[in-house]
Design a protein around this ligand. Structure first.
Ligand SMILES: O=C(O)c1ccccc1NCC(=O)[C@H](O)[C@H](O)COP(=O)(O)O
Length: 255
């Protein structure tokens, strides 16, 4: 797949770093916490299902958040997060597999491993409940989906447009994320989700990703069909503490 052409330089650099990772010695086998059940529990309690992201830094963020990721994770759960996302990409996002391990031990909600997984061996770096596969960067999507599911992972398949959605659905994705951030230029536009969501079948769990910070933006994504929201910056760098930043999104339907 032609994954470098047309990408923001930061993203090309992220992919180069991903390709250079060492190959883990052992294959992982996971008994996952059920993501869809976690979303259903949130809905039944009157909470908007939010996957809150532990995101120390990123190519579009200034500085690095030095707070303890485990503390942040606990505060997110206290704010009503249905699930967590932990960046494990070290060079560009300040993440690590050790952070994910510690967070997953400390909470009882499902934890998504947020990374740039390009080949089967990348799946074996650490146990998580869910892994992200980005359609644009995975050559053999059916093969990677099968490899992830064989290990026990649930899979969030990320798309950015209708053509990528078709590839995700053809490959058998049952949880699809529409990323509002365009990896060609890193610009965020919530209309991306609104344009792709109507083409997603009802039996597919649909997640709106990136650029959601305000309660009104969360409500907008829900109106457009989001079953869940993936939020990083709006929670870790929002106006209040992390618990409150999470809570204002998990209670955002009435705004
Ligand atoms: O966030 C970035 O700057 C970024 C840059 C290049 C590739 C990916 C990037 N983000 C990854 C993500 O998917 C987001 O961390 C996630 O969707 C949360 O986004 P946000 O709520 O806007 O922080």
């Amino acid at each position: 797949m032609d994954s470098i052409e047309g990408l923001a330089p930061a993203v090309a650099s992220i992919l180069d770093a991903a390709r250079a990772r060492p190959t883990p010695d052992e294959r992982v086998a996971v008994t996952p916490r059920d993501l869809r059940a976690a979303f259903a529990r949130a809905e039944s309690d009157g909470r908007v299902p939010v996957i809150a992201e532990v995101k120390p830094t990123s190519p579009t963020t200034e500085g690095t958040d030095e707070r303890d990721p485990v503390e942040l994770a606990r505060e997110m759960v206290d704010g009503g997060a249905a699930a967590l996302s932990v960046l494990t990409e070290p060079e560009h996002f300040g993440g690590s597999v050790e952070t994910l391990r510690r967070v997953r031990e400390a909470v009882d909600v499902p934890v998504l491993r947020k990374d740039f997984l390009l080949e089967e061996s990348h799946l074996d770096a650490v146990e998580a409940d869910v892994v992200l596969l980005i359609v644009r960067f995975v050559d053999d999507l059916p093969g990677m989906l099968a490899a992830a599911r064989d290990r026990g992972f649930q899979v969030l398949v990320e798309v950015h447009d209708e053509a990528e959605l078709e590839r995700a659905l053809d490959a058998g994705a049952d949880v699809v994320g529409v990323n509002n951030r365009d990896l060609a230029n890193l610009v965020v536009n919530l209309e991306t989700f609104e344009s792709v969501a109507p083409h997603v079948p009802d039996d597919v769990t649909l997640v709106a990703e990136s650029g959601i910070a305000l309660p009104a933006e969360a409500a907008r994504m829900r109106r457009a069909g989001a079953d869940a929201l993936l939020v990083g910056t709006g929670i870790v760098r929002g106006p209040s503490d992390v618990t409150e930043n999470t809570r204002r999104l998990t209670t955002s339907m009435t705004q």
